[in-house]
Structures are given as C-alpha cells and as structure tokens.
Design a protein around this ligand. Sequence first.
Ligand SMILES: Cc1cc2nc3c(=O)[nH]c(=O)nc-3n(C[C@H](O)[C@H](O)[C@H](O)COP(=O)(O)OP(=O)(O)OC[C@H]3O[C@@H](n4cnc5c(N)ncnc54)[C@H](O)[C@@H]3O)c2cc1C
Length: 479
Amino acid sequence: MPDACDAIVVGAGPNGLAAAITLARAGCSVRVYEANATIGGGARSAELTLPGFLHDVCSAVHPLAAGSPFFKTLPLERFGLEWIQPEIPLAHPLDNGSAACLYKDLDFTAEQLGRDSRAYRRLMQPLAHNWEQLAIEFLQPMLHWPQHPITLTRFGIPAICPATLLARFLFRHARAQALFAGIAAHSFLPLEKPVSSAFALVLGLAGHAVGWPIPRSGSQQISIALAGYLRELGGRIELNRRVENLNELPKSRAILLDVSVWEFLRIAGRQMPPGYRRRLEKFRHAPGIFKIDYALSSPIPWKAEACRRAGTIHLGGTIDEIAAAERELVRGKIPERPFVLVAQQSLFDETRAPRGNHTLWAYCHVPFNCDADMSDQIESQIERFAPGFRDCIIARHKMSAADLAQSNPNLAGGDISGGSANLTQLIARPTFSLTPYRTSLPGVYLCSASTPPGGGVHGMCGYHAACAALRDHFSTRNQ
Ligand SMILES: Cc1cc2nc3c(=O)[nH]c(=O)nc-3n(C[C@H](O)[C@H](O)[C@H](O)COP(=O)(O)OP(=O)(O)OC[C@H]3O[C@@H](n4cnc5c(N)ncnc54)[C@H](O)[C@@H]3O)c2cc1C
C-alpha cells in the first residue's frame, strides 16, 4: 500500500482537480486516483473520428468555467489554457431562415429581438451588472446566508419560474421565446417545471458577462492546466486506478470523492448507516444524452447567416416544439424532433481539424438509460436548418448512454448532470443538509457534480467540498 498522505481525491474530473488544488494550496499533501487512462473526466479531447480531427469527448463550451469564481483565482493561462470567444456565442435558427442570437453585448442582443427588446433588457440588465455577486451566490449550496440578498432576490423570483411561463409572460414573439427556451433546456427539466428558468438566466447572463468561450486545442486543455498547477503545488495523480472500495485507499485524514451518488453507493454503500444510504438512494437521475461527433469536409451550410459565425447552435425550433420534446423525455419517450445542441469549434480554432476541414460536436437529450441510435434524428434537425449538411460528413463517432457510462463511471444512463437539477435536488444535493459535501462516513466528502452547484465545468463543487474538509480536519491551514 502506498504511503499515507493528508488527503486523497478519487477522480480527476474538474471537481476532483479543483478539490485537490484547494487542499494542496492550503499545504496538504494530496494524491488523486483516476479510473481512466487520462485525466479530465468530463473535460477531455481526443481524435475520435479521424487523425487530425480533435473532438471534445464531453464538455465543449464553457461559460461556467470562464465565470467560475474559483478558476479565476488559478494561474491556468500559465499552464496553457487560452480562451477563444466565438464571434457570436449562441445562435438559435428558426424555420423562416433567420436566427435569434445571444451576443456578448446585451444591448445588441436585445435590439435583434425587435419588440421584445425592452422586456429582455428589463430582465437581464440589472442582473448582468451584478454577475460577479450572483456567480458567488448561485455557485454554492442553495441553503446559505446570502452576501448579496437584494441581487439574489432579484434573480430568484424569475429563476424559480417555469421557463415556458416566464418566456410567454415576458416575450410576445417567437424569436425571444425560442432563444430563452433553448437556453433553459440545458436544465434537462420539462420547461413547465419550476427553476427551469434559472438555467436560462445563469447561462444567458454568463454569456453577457464572460461569453460562451471554447479552449484553444480542446476542453482537455482545462484539465491539463488544472493538473499542471496541482503538480506544481506538489499534488500527485495516479491514472488507471478505479477505486472499488474505500478500504483499499492508503491512510489519510480526508477522502474527497469526485464520483456520482450512484458510484458512491457502489463503492461505499455497505459502510454507510442505513438511513443515510436510503436518502442517497432517493436521489434521482436526469435524462440522458446521445452524443455524436463529425469530421466534415467543409463548414456547415446554415441557412441563417448568423449560425455561420456562432460557436454554439441550439436546434429545436419554437418554444412549443422544444417544450414538447423535453416533456417526452420524462415520459420515457424518444422525441421525433429532439432538442439538439451543436458546437462548431473548428470555425474559431484552427487546431481542431486539418486545413479546410471541420469538426462538429452535437448531442440530443434522450430518456435516462436510452440506448437508441439518435444520429438520424440529429442529422434531420441539422439538415432542417442547413440543407446539404449530410454531404459534408466524412466520418462520425457516436456515443450512446452505455458508451458514455463506459467512458466515465459518473455518466451512468447517459446522465451528464450528476443527477436531476429539479427544485428539490437543487436544495437537497445530494441530501438535505447545510454542509452537503460531508457524508455520514467520517472524513469522507463528496465533491462531484452530484453536490452543489451541480453539473458543468466550473470546479465549484470541488472547491466547496475541499473547504469543508479543511475546516473539519486542517483548521490551521489557509483556504
Ligand atoms: C457529452 C457531454 C457534454 C457536456 N457539455 C458540457 C459543456 O459544454 N459545458 C459544461 O460546462 N459542461 C458540460 N458537460 C458537463 C460536465 O462535463 C460535467 O458536469 C463535469 O465534468 C462534472 O465534473 P466532475 O468533476 O464532477 O465529474 P467528471 O468530470 O465526471 O469527473 C469524474 C472523474 O472521476 C473518475 N471516477 C469516477 N469513479 C471513479 C472511481 N470509482 N475510481 C476512480 N476514478 C473514478 C472518472 O473517470 C472521471 O474522470 C458535458 C458532459 C458530457 C458528458
């Protein structure tokens, strides 16, 4: 068995690395065990289709990483992380050949929404001015004493609304409603459910505050930079080490698990008090995804000119259509016209594909654990807004829910959020507690996206969990 150390982190995803850095910065000796042959978890890149085509295996677009209060404190640029801002962060094409867009500039975004421009400004402007305060408030457990109560209340009232209700109440026209619904659909919630608007607000505001950037040379660069800094601080990472049981770990004062609730139950369920185990077993999954990456011979021939200049494209048409597709999922049905998220990184980053060629990253929402091949439905949605798309395809790489789970134990059933982000699980994530990172096992902390603030590459779950461990076990060290 290897030597003892102050803290062990299981999992080298963004949250595991963030936890390890927080502990190492406070002077702890830290070792990270990662099941995979590469670091990064949900922030990795690889030549999935053909040599020379660099694809993001999981995350691609990073408003939350760029806006993360914790990442901001790290010297990630020194370790090679460079953000690229696509000319237009997000475009949402409609059947009439136009597209509603989220621009970094809030006024510009409002202006293209025509008669909904005033409503958009009224909703977003006061919050956008306070992004820094808001990011601190919502990127931590919901149950906390707010530092900025007025700003938080101003955000909280619209955020708690169902997205369909808020969009139809505020906006009169299809463009603004569709744009809002597409961003809200990142929640994986039916858009008639409370708090689905919170996702549209957070991601929309992040777009105005920090953009929806992509890392030059792929999302793996985020992980490389985090790991580089961790190693500089003295932390060690061991790859190909899937932890099956907590007893196999060397002695340490704290263990931080960057694993989902279900992986936690698998590796430590038998050691837990039954009451705590039962509470964890009640935690619910989000729907899954089906992901596909393309190598393309040319850029996509989008009908709407704005889509040719956008990093991310939302394909789903009107608010009614997107809401219907998301409703189908919770009934366990496969939508005929699913909501599809697309990123076209190679338009803005020449390192992603050979000269003249391009990559395309896309996924659609499917019911949890659904193993259907959705490539036809995804390609039909792309063709709908970009006739001729299929002629550009040189190669495809598909990932079903099962493939995703195989690539990362945290993605069981294709759930990429670490568990549903419904209202209950936003408050009780993974259980109802003021310190949700502490588990019932002494010295064991959960630090993955199954803890607050939830899914996305931002490292805040890892940071907060490590702060809790520092307070409990290393009270003399700096945080
Ligand atoms: C297809 C896809 C697209 C996404 N798109 C975006 C996006 O564009 N923007 C965004 O911000 N987010 C996106 N996400 C979500 C984001 O990737 C995750 O929310 C984020 O990576 C969660 O970080 P984490 O550290 O909690 O877990 P993970 O990133 O899942 O990392 C956990 C790590 O722990 C390891 N592990 C698990 N169990 C064990 C074990 N028993 N022993 C050892 N190691 C273990 C895993 O191998 C993994 O490396 C996407 C996710 C997917 C899958």
